[in-house]
Design a protein around this ligand. Structure first.
Ligand code: ZN
Ligand code: ZN
Ligand code: ZN
Length: 731
């Protein structure tokens, strides 16, 4: 740009996240340059601020040069780019018969390609990436060294002569000879084969979307009977043929991140029902690498299932040998490439709330780009998150670096992943933690790891209550000093060891929080079993209003041990031997069971998600006034009324009414407390915030009460945002 504007001078990276540019020339050229800087910046460049100073001097420079960065640049924590989907220019070259990289699946440039997933250490130069195993050929080398070239200093530059190669292999990992392995793989997918395909941050398991049989097999691979599977569609137009796409959703789908976007299925959606059974949404993404684009070249299939390849309770598989070992018995073929993956990274999942993005899973394309805070933290904090859908977070100054999605940290494999992801973040940010933060739950594996770490480093450990972490995350994202936060999810360890999950909390920037309201504590008959089998939850709640024996016996087929189990439940109810929970998720589960929508939770949130799907076209027929006493929102009457009307009204209307009653009860308590305490913002966090009806309902209620409504915009509302909240709270 400087050359285009006939300027001389230099540019260099300073050590503190600033880029210093000195230009010399005519004033109008300098002004034009400053304009271009904003207008023509590369797509990935983020300009936070431009400070301009005019200097004295004359003919100081001969030309324009790019100076070597000062050494500290590596340690500023500012340069850990996330992976970026294939750019337009590369896509054009991929299709251009005359281009050297025609049909080359690993075509990238400075504007696109993997980043975080190939970085082993900083500075971000080729030798510290997994590209080091590929020696650049003279052609690539020339482009790499030419400042005027799009591949100038593109660490991923490669071509068919010198770069990674793709290969097709059978289930034992033996190479299947093919001139065109990628398009061959596409054809196999269309025919109904199940393939494991290596991508940027790990393997996907893939198959066709218009046939049931391969999806049944694929579900066996993942040990997932019902959990929705993400799909990758050929192009935007194709997506519109089976799902509704708003302008904002289209923008997200085609953005350089290309996340999975949750879309409403069209009424005439023709894809297999087994992709997202019982749900009104489907998670869709567009091809984001050259390889993905080529998969669709020779087929008519509109989309492929593309789900992270992770064995049950394990992180996504990244290594070729590991893939053969862990997936070989269940997939038909592998599509490999020979580039190593330094950091595993799952696809991100987002949805649109109003005009805003809301993160369900913040991972590929976003992590570990820092979240900027309005207030800088005085300490460096490492926070390890909760247990489910976990991430970790490094807080440094005014930046919070949240790791990629780690998953459910319940066993050794995921714990190891959490450990290495956290250590990698610490290395990249050059941060030595002054404080370690974790959940209040004494038995979480993350709590144990945090304790070990704090002992080892001799730094304090701060244990942060789960829902408070959710509330603080909201506060920090919006730069607030105080908030009344409604936090609804499945489970969090409460202050006195109780199970919480339908909370109204007052939080402020001085680290105080108070539980100012909550849902009525309800019996969880059989503890965790009540989470898995929502009939138990329903029985517990209903037993407070009626005799449940008859209903339970008529539902015995929904309990694994049938009649015998019913007897035990009735005994436990009689004796009152059960823990209590104020969880909002569990109430939704109970309603789901009463309405016969879902009887077994095979993945987190399933009964509530299916309930939301059924409620989608419903109306409020019950018009229940929520019972609120001493800031406790009653839920017994709600479940009981749904039970009574279950044969009179439609499931859709009753599901809607139940959700509406929870909205009004919680929002009422929050609004009243906010007014009493003189707080002007009411926020909503927790996994239940993914429910559209509930979130919009809360918004309406809160805004009608002349209060501001805050939802998450940069971190997930679910437990993927908890590490961020913990870090802020601990700081
Ligand atoms: Zn590119
Ligand atoms: Zn080359
Ligand atoms: Zn939570």
């Amino acid at each position: 740009m400087a050359l285009e504007n006939r300027l001389t001078g230099y540019v260099r990276n300073r050590g503190d996240a600033f880029v210093e540019i000195v230009v010399e020339g005519k004033e109008e050229n300098v002004k034009a340059f400053l304009k271009d800087l904003r207008r023509k910046k590369p797509p990935l460049a983020r300009i936070h601020d431009v400070k301009t100073k005019f200097l004295e001097g004359k003919n100081e420079f001969d030309g324009f040069s790019i100076l070597k960065s000062s050494g500290e640049a590596a340690f500023s924590g500012s340069v850990i780019p996330p992976d970026v989907s294939i750019c337009e220019a590369c896509l054009r070259e991929l299709r251009d018969l005359k281009d050297k990289r025609h049909d080359y699946f690993f075509i990238t440039c400075t504007d696109c390609g993997p980043r975080y997933t190939i970085i082993e250490g900083l500075p971000y130069d080729r030798p510290s990436t997994t590209m080091k195993q590929f020696r650049m050929c003279p052609f690539c080398q020339r482009e790499y060294a030419d400042p005027a070239n799009r591949r100038f200093h593109a660490q991923t530059v490669a071509c068919p002569v010198c770069g990674p190669e793709a290969s097709l292999a059978d289930r034992e990992g033996r190479v299947v000879r093919s001139k065109d392995p990628i398009r061959e793989a596409g054809k196999l997918l269309e025919e109904g084969s199940v393939l494991a395909i290596k991508g940027y941050g790990g393997f996907h398991v893939a198959t066709a979307t218009t046939k049931d049989e391969p999806i049944v097999r694929l579900r066996a691979v993942k040990h997932r009977s019902q959990k929705p599977l993400a799909i990758m569609a050929r192009d935007l137009e194709t997506i519109r043929s089976f799902a509704q796409v708003s302008q904002k959703e289209a923008e997200l789908l085609t953005s350089y991140v290309k996340p999975i976007v949750l879309l409403k299925k069209s009424s005439d959606c023709y894809l297999s029902d087994l992709i997202a059974p019982g749900l009104h949404n489907v998670g869709v993404m567009l091809p984001y690498t050259g390889l993905h684009c080529m998969l669709f070249d020779k087929v008519r299939e509109p989309a492929f299932v593309m789900t992270s390849a992770n064995p049950p309770n394990e992180p996504i598989v990244t290594d070729n040998d590991e893939a053969v070992r862990k997936l070989g018995s269940v997939v038909d073929y592998f599509l490999f490439h020979d580039r190593l993956i330094a950091q595993r990274c799952d696809d991100s999942v987002v949805r649109v709330h109003g005009k805003d993005v809301s993160f369900v899973r913040r991972s590929r394309g976003y992590a570990p780009e820092p979240i900027r805070l309005e207030k800088a933290a005085g300490k460096c904090v490492l926070a390890l998150g909760g247990e489910l859908n976990s991430t970790s977070c490094v807080l440094l100054g005014d930046k919070a670096f949240i790791s990629q999605h780690v998953g459910d940290v319940e066993n050794l494999e995921t714990l190891r992943f959490l450990k290495s992801a956290s250590q990698h973040l610490l290395r990249l940010t050059n941060c030595k933690p002054d404080v370690i933060a974790c959940d209040l739950h004494p038995k979480f594996t993350t709590t144990k790891l945090a304790k070990d770490w704090s002992d080892e480093l001799g730094v304090p450990l701060v244990r942060v209550q789960h829902h408070y972490a959710h509330g603080v995350a909201l506060m920090a994202e919006h730069g607030l000093d105080e908030i009344v936060a409604i936090v609804c999810d499945g489970y969090g360890y409460g202050l006195n060891g109780e199970a919480w999950g339908g909370e109204v909390l007052y939080c402020n920037g001085q680290g105080e929080f108070r539980r100012v309201g909550h849902l009525e504590p309800q019996p969880m008959v059989g503890g965790d079993l009540a989470t898995r089998y929502p009939v138990r939850m329903a029985a517990g709640i209903l037993s407070k209003a009626i005799s449940v024996e008859e209903w339970l016996r008529s539902n015995n087929s929904h309990l694994p041990r049938g009649e015998q189990e019913v007897d035990v439940i009735l005994q436990q109810l009689k004796k009152g031997s059960f823990p209590l929970t104020s969880s909002c998720g569990r109430v939704l589960d109970a309603v789901s069971a009463v309405l016969g929508i879902c009887h077994e939770r095979t993945y987190e949130g399933e009964p509530a998600m299916r309930l939301e799907a059924v409620a989608a076209n419903g109306k409020d027929v019950l018009k229940l006034q929520p019972k609120v006493k001493d800031d406790v929102v009653g839920t017994t009457e709600l479940v009981h009324r749904v039970f009574e009307r279950r044969k009179v009204d439609t499931a859709s209307d009753l599901a809607f009414s139940a959700q509406q009653c929870l909205v009004e009860g919680l929002a009422q308590v929050a609004a009243d407390e906010a007014k009493r305490l003189g707080v002007d913002v009411v926020g909503f966090s927790g996994g239940v915030a993914y429910n559209e009806h509930i979130t919009y309902g809360m918004r309406r209620f809160v805004e009608e009460n002349k209060l501001r409504f805050a939802v998450h915009k940069s971190v997930p509302a679910g437990d993927g945002g908890v590490s961020f909240g913990q870090a802020i709270a601990a700081a």
